[in-house]
Design a protein around this ligand. Sequence first.
Ligand code: G4P
Length: 318
Amino acid sequence: MSIQWFPGHMHLTRKAIGERIKDIDVVIELLDARLPASSANPLLAELTGHKPTLKVLNKQDLADPARTPAWLAWYNARPQTSAIALDASDTAPARRLIDACRQLAPNRRGLSRPMRVLICGIPNVGKSTLINTLSAKRQAKTGDEAGITKQEQRIVLDDDFYLWDTPGMLWPRIIVPESGQRLAASGAVGRNAYDEEEVALDLLAYLKQHYAPLLDARYKLALDAADIAARHDDELLELIARKRGAVMSGGRLNLQKAAEIVLTDFRSAALGPITLETVAEFEAWLAAGQLQDKARAERKAEQRKRNERRARNAPRGQ
Ligand code: G4P
C-alpha cells in the first residue's frame, strides 16, 4: 500500500511562504540526512520563486557518513543551491549557516541591506531544535508584520542577518512509494497514515540488502550478511520477535511489537547510522514514478476522449 499523507496545516505554510517570499534573499530547506531526497518538497522551488536555496541535511549523526557526501555533491551541483550537513550536537551551527547563506547572496551585507533568510522543513526534521540552538545566543523575536500569522518568528543571527521561521510545516510530496514508506519509518508521517508492521517490513527489506551487519549486531541473529539478505522480510521480523521476547500468551509471536522495536531502533540510531536512499536509487525510483504518472495521465486523456466521442455520437434527446 502506498502512503499518501498531508498535514492539515500545509495551506497555512503555503500562504505564509507566499506572503513572505518577496522579502527573502535565501531559502533554507531543512532535510533529513537519512532521506536526503525523500524529505524534500519538490514544489518548494515553485513556492519560493526559485530563490537561492541552502539545503541543510540535518540529523547527520543518525545518517550513514559514507553516503552523506554524495548527497551534498548532488545538491551542490544544482544552480543557486548549496548544501551543508548538521546535527543537534553541533553547538554552534550559526556560523556555518551564515557563511553558506552569504555565499548564496553576496550582495546582502550591512544594516541597509541585511540578509533575509526563510527556513522551512517537513515535520520532525528538526526545525524547532535547530531554531532553539540558533536562538540560544540571541533573543528570538516574533514578527508583527501585517498579514503574517502570529507564529512567524524572526531570529536575529547577526546584526545584518535575519532568519524567518515559517509557521506550519512543509509537507513531503510523495511521488514514489519508496519515499512514503521510508518517510513513515523516519517518523515524518502522521502515525494514523500507515501500518507499523508494513513499514517495518519495508525497512527490513532495505536494511537486509544494505545494512545486514547492523541487523546482525543489534538483534544477535548470528547469521552472515548473505544469509540475512536471503531471508524473507516476514521471516526476519519473526526472528527479531523471538530474539526480543515479543511473544504473546500461547507462544504466538507479537509482530506488532517487533515492528515497533525495529522502527524505534532505526529512529534512535540504536541500529547504527543509516541512510535509506542513495542518489542512484532515488533517481531510479523517481524515473519509474514519473513514467507511471505519465502513463496514468495518458490513460485519463484517452478515457476523456472516449467519453467525448460517446457523447457526440449519442442520439439527440438521450
Ligand atoms: P520539527 O520542529 O522539525 O518538527 O522537529 P523537532 O525539532 O521537534 O525534532 C524532532 C525530533 O528530532 C526531536 O526528537 C529532536 O530531538 C530530534 N532531532 C532534531 N535534530 C536532530 C539531530 O540533528 N540529530 C538527532 N539525533 N536528533 C535530532 P524527539 O525524540 O521527538 O524529541 P526530544 O525528546 O529528543 O526533544
